[in-house]
Structure formats: C-alpha cells, structure tokens
Design a protein around this ligand. Sequence first.
Ligand code: RB5
Length: 150
Amino acid sequence: MRVAIAADHGGYLLKAPLVAVVKEAGHEPLDLGAHSAERSDYPDFARAVGEALQQGLAERGIVICGSGVGACIAANKMRGIRAAICHDTYSAHQGVEHDDMNVLVLGGRVIGAELAAEIVRVFLNARFSYGERYMARLKKVALLEQGLTW
Ligand code: RB5
C-alpha cells in the first residue's frame, strides 16, 4: 500500500530510516517532507499526511515530530483521520485492529530507531478487524467528528 510519511525538525532524523523500513516491508512510501532539519511547524506535516489520505493518495500515514503530541493533536483535527502516538508494538497493531487507526504518530525525541522500525512494521501489517463492536464504536467516533451525538 502507499504510505504517506512526514516529519518536522523534531522527527526529521527518524524519517529517512523509516522510509527505508516502509520500502523493505514491500510498501510504497510517499515522502512529504521535511527535506531538511531546519525548524518547521508540525501542523504542516500532519496536514500533508492527512490530506494525502483524504485524497486517496495513500492508505496509511506516519507523522513524526519531537514528542508525537503536537502532530497527533493536529492530525486528529482532520476529517477521517484516526491518529495515535504508539511507542509500543501492542498499541501499533491493536490500534489498527480495533480502532481503524490510519495514521501512526511517533516522537523522534522519545523513541529509538530500532523500536520505531518494529512499530512501523507492525502498524503496516495490521488490518482492521471489522468486528461488530469495533464498527459500532467507530460509528460513534464518526458522529463526534461531525459534532453530533447518539
Ligand atoms: C518542536 O520543537 C516540537 O515542539 C515538536 O516537534 C513536537 O514535539 C510537538 O509536539
């Protein structure tokens, strides 16, 4: 699948090794920057990845900032984006299987390259389970996104 990936300066160093991991795992990375370690704004990169998913240019996304927090907050403001910081492998697959997480967020100042690589592999291998209870919960999440309730 195509995987959009982007990072601000806080995640810049982690991006290139993770682009390689995406390729080695048999997927097609779509590198949306940053293309230098100069100071930049994480919402720009969360937006780039979110728009790639919204426009159907990628099926999954990876955003990296310093802690993961800012990029996660920004990405989750976008319609149809279900982003989460995962610094462990359990959350990285369970978040897809149960919650249909489509954007993995990492903190480049928090996590090492090897663990990040494993997390990316696990995230890309995971599939949404389509279990009835997970679908029902996702429907509620979609209503929240629309400012509606149930
Ligand atoms: C940049 O210094 C840093 O604030 C940003 O990468 C991120 O950690 C925000 O959550």
